[in-house]
Design a protein. Structure first.
Length: 327
């Protein structure tokens, strides 16, 4: 387990994310009321890169504070509305330097005490709960080696040492690739500075090997493995606990009802049940229908958790067909 307390960071703003943030905060308070670190929500502020006000609403803000969270503002200087996933990069700036952090997406439920994590913050890692979404095979592309190799070369990193040699050549699992649903490190400033530098370089001066590839919405997940490799991390980490026994990245509430374990869904509904929490969550119509009006349980009945489709898209398609894709 960690030798010292660490901070948990997520990004929250108006709309869906503020309601997901409430579930995250309530689940942490329920599962680990004595957690010694801080739960911090980075909040983007109005400015040139946001056409609308992205700040958390007053009722959600009050509840998050009551649940023990801190809300810290940050200014978008590089991404904003055009690429909101960039908040994961720029939001790191709100964290105190040299204090270990664990970043979580707001659509994450805390199931157990984070202080039980077998985590080495000096060796960063990120979520392996992913599919081979990027790069995409194309008739004109240079292959996985060409795409990823060009990026490692761009930043002076050793490509060969990043490979999983147990996987076949030109198969996506051979290459370091993560979901950005969680990541961690011992110093947020170092991580932030490198993440930002790599992401901006890829966006603003894209290597020609990536000419046939789209960077939206994948830019953060393209830069992330490069950052982790540069800082001496990799695939090793508490992956059976994160995305496992301690946290669940449920991603979209209809997907959660379709595929997560009974204990996860029971816990989600339990932390949402207190009146002060329910009253605010019901402001968001998809949560109102799925959690409190029982539509989530009806969607759940469409699926056999022991025999789910291998591709997530098939789950999404059935949910949409039956009218349960509410977000």
């Amino acid at each position: 387990m960690p030798a010292t307390p660490f901070n948990i960071l997520a990004v929250a703003q108006s709309g869906r994310l503020q309601y997901e943030a409430i579930l995250l905060a309530a689940s942490l308070r329920d599962a680990a009321p004595g957690f010694p670190g801080k739960l911090i929500f980075a909040e983007p502020q109005p400015g040139p890169l946001w056409p609308n006000n992205p700040r958390i609403g007053e009722t959600a803000r009050a509840l998050l504070t009551e649940l023990g969270a801190e809300i810290r503002p940050f200014e978008n200087k590089h991404f904003g509305h055009a690429y909101p996933y960039g908040n994961k990069i720029e939001g790191l700036a709100v964290l105190p330097e040299r204090e270990p952090f664990l970043f979580l997406d707001t659509d994450t439920l805390i199931l157990g005490d984070p202080m039980t994590l077998d985590i080495d913050f000096s060796r960063p890692s990120a979520s392996l709960k992913r599919e081979g979404t990027w790069p995409v095979e194309d008739i004109y592309w240079p292959g996985y080696n060409g795409v990823w190799g060009s990026l490692y070369k761009r930043f002076g990193l050793d490509f060969e040492s990043s490979l999983d040699l147990s996987q076949p050549d030109e198969y996506w699992r051979r290459y370091l690739y993560f979901n950005a649903g969680f990541f961690y490190y011992e110093d947020p400033k170092i991580f932030h500075d490198l993440f930002l530098r790599y992401a901006l370089s890829i966006r603003d001066d894209t290597p020609e090997e990536l000419a046939s590839q789209t960077l939206d919405p994948w830019l953060d997940q393209i830069a992330l493995p490069l950052v982790i490799h540069a800082l001496g991390g990799g695939r090793d980490g508490p992956h059976g606990q994160l995305d496992g026994t301690v946290t669940c990245h449920w991603r979209a509430l209809p997907l959660a009802y379709a595929r997560e374990a009974d204990a996860v869904i029971d816990h989600l509904e339990e932390v949402a049940a207190p009146n002060r929490i329910k009253k605010v969550l019901k402001e968001y119509d998809p949560f109102k229908r799925l959690i409190f009006q029982g539509r989530g349980r009806k969607a759940r009945a469409l699926f056999d958790r022991d025999n789910l489709p291998r591709k997530e898209q098939k789950i999404r398609n059935l949910l949409k067909k039956e009218g349960y894709w509410l977000r």
